[in-house]
Design a protein around this ligand. Structure first.
Ligand code: CMP
Length: 139
């Protein structure tokens, strides 16, 4: 089925001017950008977005990193969008990511791993709603 997922192009990628290159890899994987905006996350937004990780030892650093520069938040649409996006992103740690994936190609490390993507349809909906109003998504 055609579904939607939520993606973030992270500060390490925007800093290296890779917004277009990352977006091209997403598009080449069969995903369509149906909403996109460049934003600087506030501390509150980053902490709220990553609330499920708040007990993890890396939570503070992760929020520092995600607020360190602009990000591009996107809604992606396609056949099995969550899985399709996760396949093209590759493993969280670029050292474990397959050749040809975004993280293998561009990530700097496990934290500065260039992209985020939702891990389930349920979380995709929550994450899309966290950043976008319905009228900002144009399919
Ligand atoms: P993301 O898919 O955005 O979800 C949580 C993020 O936490 C993850 O990508 C990484 O950027 C970061 N992360 C996950 N594991 C670690 C770790 N062990 N150390 C530092 N950052 C991590």
């Amino acid at each position: 089925a055609v579904t939607r997922t939520f993606s973030i192009i992270k500060p390490d990628a925007t800093r290296r001017n890779l917004t277009g290159a990352v977006t091209k890899m997403l598009e080449d994987a069969g995903l369509r950008v149906v909403a996109s905006k460049r934003v600087r996350l506030s501390r509150e937004q980053a902490e709220g977005f990553y609330a499920v990780h708040k007990e993890r030892p890396f939570f503070g650093e992760l929020c520092d990193f995600m607020t360190s520069g602009p990000v591009v938040v996107q809604v992606l649409e396609g056949e099995d969008a969550v899985k399709r996006n996760r396949d093209v992103m590759g493993a969280t740690n670029p050292a474990d990511a397959d050749e040809g994936t975004i993280r293998k190609t561009y990530a700097e490390g496990i934290e500065a791993n260039s992209v985020h993507g939702s891990d389930s349809d349920e979380n995709a909906k929550i994450e899309i709603d966290y950043f976008f109003k319905p009228e900002e998504i144009v399919g």
